[in-house]
Each structure stands twice: as C-alpha cells, then as structure tokens.
Design a binder for this molecule. Structure first.
Ligand code: ATP
Ligand code: MG
Length: 427
C-alpha cells in the first residue's frame, strides 16, 4: 500500500497557494463590480441532476464519478460541472420569483471528471463560473463574455481569442439536425462509436468529435448558418455587435457546437493561442441554455447564460505568457529569542504585534542566533526584533530594519509605535 494522491489529482501546496488566493481575490473583486453574487452548491448531487434523460455529452456518459452507499437506493454523483447544480438551486429556492431577475451568480470550486489525465486535464480541477438565469437578452451574452474577457485581460493575458458561434433557436436547430442526419446517413457506420451514439442522441455533437475530426465527411458537413431563421440571425448579430462595441476581438467558428444538449443560440470558447499551451488550450467556455430551469421543475422560458473557466488551465496560460501571478509576501517582523529565559516576554511581544496587524513569527526550536538570523532572510522579514537577557533587564529590545539597515533600541512598551513609524514611513 502506498499513499499518494489519486491519478489526475494534486495537492495545492502552501508554497503555491498565493497564486490561487490572488486569483480568488480577483474573482471576488470582478464579480462584485459586475454585481454577480456567489453561490455555493453541494459537491455531490443526485445523479439525475447531471444525467438528464438522453444527454449525449462525454462528460455525462463517460466521465462521472457516480456512487451509491451500501443500504441506500440513492445514486449520487460528484459534480462534474457547476451549471446543473446552480439551475437546480435556482428552482429549489424559487429564485425565479425574485423581483430582480435575472439572478446573476458565480461559483468557484472543485469539479470531478474521470478523464485521461494530461497537461491541463485533471480528474479534480477547479472552475470559476458565472450563470445569469431568468432573462434572455443578447446583451447578457455580451456581458458575461465581457466579464471573463476583462478578467483574463486584467491578469495580463494577451494571447487570447474568443471563438463564437450560434446554434440558433429550437426551430433552426431542428432543421439543422435533420440536415446533419441526412448528410451523415451513409457514413455513420464508418465513424467512431461515440459518433454513432451522437447520431442518435444529438447529431450536432458529431461536429465536436476529436476522432473523426479530419474526415472529408466532417469538412463537407452542412453549416448551421444556412439553417438559421431570421430571429436567430438577428440574435447572433446583436451579440456580435455588442462584442464589437466593447472592442472584444472574436472569430466566428461555425464548427463550434460545444456544451450541454440544452445549449441554444450563443456558444463560445475563449482559447489561448500561446504555443506553450499544448492541446488543452480552452481557458473558459460556455453558452446560452434554455430548458434547464424547466427540467428542474421551474417555469418555462427561463433562459440562462453562463461559462466556466478552468483555473488550472488559467494558471498554465499565465505561465506560458510569463505572467507572475503573486509575489511572495514576507514577514513584517521576526522576533529572535536569544535566551530560554526570555520566552515569556517574546510570546508577549509576538502576540501584541499580531494584535496590531503585523505579520510576525518567532523561533520555537531554540536555534542559535545565526540560524535565527538566517530565518529572517529566508522569510523576507522587514524587521528583526532581538530579545536577550540583557534587554529584558533593561526593559528594551533591539529592532533592526532589514531593508534600511538601521537599528533602534526601543522600550518594551513602544515596540508597536516604532513598527508603526517604520511602516508608515513607507507611504
Ligand atoms: P474539453 O473539450 O477540453 O474536454 P469541456 O468541453 O469538457 O472541455 P467544459 O465542460 O466546458 O469543458 O469546462 C469549462 C472549462 O473547464 C474548460 O474550458 C477548461 O478550462 C476546464 N476544464 C474542463 N475539464 C477539465 C479538466 N479535466 N481538467 C482541467 N480543466 C478542465
Ligand atoms: Mg471534457
């Protein structure tokens, strides 16, 4: 028996955590300004929250961690994505009755999918996602894309591209589905097993196939564009006009058919085109969905729009562009304990500094003066505070401002004042 993390999962270690915290802080800040509120849904749900009827996606059909406890008839699934849980909660908590629709929400947290692990593809990974439910306006499609776009731009990412397409409304999609069935009819037997399943369940998803991708039959497939009715064309035009207005660069990609079977109208993927990215280049992706709220027992015609961003992939994209996500924060003070007899005083000093907001630490191992000074360096402490027998007798300590290379003898009850002086002179 060995003890290692399961394949496709990782520890995020203390030495790397500042990146994650920086991202999470920025997420909160962005969502606050855009007026999106956080929602936290359970990490597992009843299986039928994710597995809805005849869903054709790989995620639902092949990648779910589903389990049933002994003596229980309830089938539960670790969430592979955020949208379903949010839509379920929207209905369960009757948010559709709120006066101020649409509900604008965001979430951050781990998702689980049983995939083949590779760079940028994990079995537990973290997503930041947004969902806007209860209003259908192309301007909301634009707003959500703008939120994600301004977020990645603020991080400093430059090699990003929006790929966008429309799947049209139900009528347009039904016409397109028929055209695709007709087109693939004679060749479906030669295609991959997943495509055969998709042919029956949702022929649009055949276009998403990574196995048969380069076959002529794929390249010559009919185009969605030719099956859009006027109102679907108009909707898409308004989305693109909005992106133009905000100066968000995009490329219309008529092969983009991603996502839930419930997707209607707008679908998009925001990808990094940086060479270092490898195959997993989509940083965030989403689209408009109809029918999900109704599926969970809510009112009809409650449309939603949302996307999800893989934070591990976001970090890879930042690294590829040489973006430093967080600087290491040093200590404000390291208190050197120069004799066992002064431990009590040191404890008092450390506690008082902390109570005043100074990030402070001290030695607990009885190490030598030299070793403790090394720690001052290693922890990038701004100040070293030296406390020895003599000091306590005199009622003073020595504060060394490491940055300015200055030393001060300070009375025990004036340590915080001196620290304030040192730190205020920074501004
Ligand atoms: P892919 O085609 O790469 O499998 P997907 O369509 O399954 O993507 P979504 O379900 O739309 O992806 O998830 C949104 C985002 O979440 C992706 O763009 C990606 O950044 C991230 N993501 C999805 N699956 C994984 C995973 N297994 N590991 C890490 N990040 C992931
Ligand atoms: Mg996937």
């Amino acid at each position: 028996m060995d003890y290692q993390v399961p394949r496709g999962t990782q520890d995020i270690l203390p030495k790397d955590i500042s990146k994650w915290q920086k991202l999470e802080d920025m997420i909160r800040q962005f969502c606050y300004v855009y007026n999106y509120d956080e929602i936290r849904t359970p990490i597992f749900e009843h299986t039928n929250v994710f597995k809805r009827g005849n869903d054709s996606s790989d995620m639902v059909n092949k990648e779910m961690y589903t389990f049933q406890l002994e003596n229980s008839k309830t089938s539960l699934t670790l969430r592979p994505e955020g949208t379903a849980g949010v839509a379920r909660s929207f209905v369960e908590n009757k948010m559709y009755g709120n006066a101020d629709l649409p509900a604008k929400m965001y979430y951050v947290g781990p998702m689980c999918r049983h995939e083949r692990p590779q760079k940028g593809r994990m079995r537990i990974f973290n997503q930041f996602g947004v969902e806007v439910i209860g209003a259908k306006s192309p301007l909301l499609d634009v707003e959500t894309i703008a939120l994600g776009w301004s977020f990645v731009s603020a991080l400093g990412l430059k090699d990003m591209k929006v790929l966008i397409n429309t799947l049209g409304d139900d009528e347009s999609r039904a016409a397109y589905r028929e055209a695709l069935k007709e087109h693939f009819k004679n060749d479906i037997d030669t295609m991959c097993p997943d495509c055969k399943r998709r042919y029956e369940q949702n022929p649009l998803r055949i276009l998403d196939c990574k196995v048969d991708h380069d076959k002529d039959i794929m390249k010559n497939a009919p185009k969605m564009e030719d099956y859009l009715n006027d109102s679907s064309k108009q909707y898409f035009k308004e989305v693109l006009d909005g992106l133009d207005m905000l100066g968000i660069p995009y490329e219309v990609d008529d092969r983009l058919v991603r996502g839930l079977d419930y997707y209607t109208h707008t679908v998009f993927e925001v990808v990094s085109v940086n060479k270092e990215m490898g195959a997993q280049s989509t940083v965030f992706a989403g689209g408009r969905y109809d029918g999900l709220v109704e599926y969970f027992g809510g009112p009809e015609n409650m449309s939603g729009i949302g996307w999800a961003m893989g934070l591990e992939r976001l970090i890879i994209a930042c690294e590829a562009e040489g973006i430093q996500l967080a600087d290491e924060n040093g200590l404000d003070a390291y208190v050197l304990c120069l004799s066992d007899k002064v431990r009590k005083e040191v404890l008092g000093i450390v506690t008082e500094l902390r109570a005043n907001g100074y990030r402070t630490d001290t030695d607990y191992l009885g190490r030598s003066y030299k070793a403790q000074f090394k720690t001052v360096d290693r922890k990038h402490a701004r100040c070293a505070i030296l406390v020895g027998d003599q000091d306590i007798e005199n009622g003073t300590v020595l504060i060394k401002d490491v940055k300015k290379q200055e030393k001060y003898t300070v009375a025990l009850d004036e340590i915080v004042d001196k620290m304030d002086e040192i730190f205020n002179s920074e501004e």
